[in-house]
Design a protein around this ligand. Structure first.
Ligand code: UD1
Ligand code: UDP
Length: 387
């Protein structure tokens, strides 16, 4: 077996969590074959968005941290490209592993592909068909710079074919002759692995929040389209506030700093109103184990997060998606997640429908077998063996 030097690039919260699945699979199955060099761009830097995950999810400390911090899209991405390029030239890896659709993903894809290092893209093929989302541009450009593309869902795989990727390509794979796979989702690996541990280690959080298992709502909001458009943000939160009061149900809301900053600076008096509302519990971002516990024990999940939408499915919870469209369309087709946008009537109607629906949800296994990380690493090994 050849030895592989793999550069693993993370930057934002969900990517750090995803790196845990890959790190675990390397340690369990490829410890002698793969050397992982972890690069953190520093896109997320608050302890609750970064350090907590390394500690809790047994991820080894980054070998490099570019500490780019927050900035406008172009500046932030260009600082990352510069930093990643230097590391690639120094390390000369066999391949570069990227996750998802953030600016860190795009920076890694551009830096690596221009230096002719094969790019491996996990979560390839997802599309919202809304190019006003920064993530949509990042996805398209990252996919088209990649050599191995791992699509987590059938819909994502089909999107790649629609864009000209050919499932019949044969080795050797290159950026001009890429290989596309239908895998599963490495976040499903994580949720399976950590679900029990979350109950064991974090159970007291429910008490701390004074919520009862199965009788609270979990809500997160962080998308640019919701946080930077104050009208949307206010409409969403006012609707959630009235639903919490009318139903006397606690809404637990671990807020991304971006949302808190918008509330504090642009909706100050409404923010204070929310902080004083009996049924709204705004809390700082929680750890992944805490989030898993909250998801497992909630009644309904309301979110604009990609990751949280899927986790609602893993834990069989109804999900209201605070967006016009989603990349995870199988959830919508399944009827267990609903697009409610920032439309108060839709939010209200779907909330009431789900609250009154006593039935167990049907949540088919859309996201693989929980061993997707291992599959991906095996394919990377094969690519390196056959050139
Ligand atoms: C980024 C990703 C988004 C992903 C999300 C995961 C892009 C374009 N967006 O969005 O796809 O869903 O991460 O959480 O890459 N901030 C802090 N502390 C931090 C980091 C950010 O306070 O540690 C604040 C800053 O005010 C910053 C803002 O959040 O300007 C936005 O951060 P940024 O990383 O640009 O985008 P996210 O909204 O986090
Ligand atoms: N998450 C977390 N703590 C929080 C909110 C989210 O650990 O306070 C986890 C969540 O369980 C999921 C991931 O972060 O695994 C999703 O990240 P986020 O919502 O920031 O981004 P997206 O998935 O939309 O890109």
């Amino acid at each position: 077996m050849p030895h592989i030097k793999l550069i693993n690039i993370v930057g934002a919260r969900p990517q750090i969590i995803k790196a845990s699945a890959i790190g675990r699979a390397i340690r369990s199955h490829f410890n002698d074959e793969i050397t992982e060099i972890l690069v953190h761009t520093g896109q997320h830097y608050d302890k609750e968005l970064s350090d907590v995950f390394f500690e809790e999810l047994e991820i080894h400390k980054p070998d490099y941290n570019l500490n780019v911090g927050s900035a406008k899209h172009g500046r932030q991405t260009s600082m990352m490209i510069t930093g990643i390029e230097d590391i690639l030239i120094k390390e000369e890896p066999d391949c570069v592993l990227l996750y998802g659709d953030t600016n860190s993903t795009l920076a890694g894809a551009l830096a690596a592909s221009k230096l002719h290092f094969p790019v491996i893209h996990i979560e390839a093929g997802l599309r919202s068909f809304n190019k006003t989302m920064p993530e949509e541009l990042n996805r398209i450009m990252s996919d088209h710079s990649s050599t191995l593309l791992f699509a987590p869902t059938d819909a994502a795989f089909k999107n790649l074919i629609r864009e000209g990727f050919r499932p019949e390509n044969t080795p050797p794979y290159t950026i001009d002759n890429p290989k596309i796979y239908l895998t599963g989702d490495i976040m499903y690996d994580n949720s399976l692995y950590f679900a029990e541990l979350a109950e064991k280690k974090k159970r007291q959080l429910l008490e701390t929040l004074s919520v009862v298992k199965g009788d609270f709502i979990l809500a997160t909001i962080h998308r640019e389209a919701n946080t930077d458009n104050i009208t949307r943000l206010e409409v969403i939160l006012r609707t959630l506030k009235s639903l919490s009061e009318e139903n006397r149900l606690t809404f637990v809301m671990p807020l991304h700093p971006r949302t808190t900053i918008s509330l504090k600076t642009k909706l100050k008096s409404f923010y204070n109103e929310l902080l004083n509302c009996k049924y709204i519990k705004i809390i700082p971002p929680v750890t992944f184990l805490e989030m898993t516990l909250l998801e497992k024990n909630s009644r309904i999940i309301i979110t604009d997060s990609g990751g949280v939408q899927k986790e609602s499915h893993f834990f069989r919870k109804p999900c209201l998606v605070l967006r016009k469209e989603t990349e995870w369309i199988e959830l919508i087709k399944n009827g267990t997640a609903v697009l409610v946008d920032a439309n108060p009537e839709k939010i209200r109607d779907e909330f009431v429908r789900f609250i009154n629906c006593g039935e167990e949800l049907e949540c088919p296994g859309f996201y693989g077998n929980g061993r997707t990380a291992e599959f991906i690493l095996r394919e990377i090994m094969t690519m390196n063996e056959i050139g």
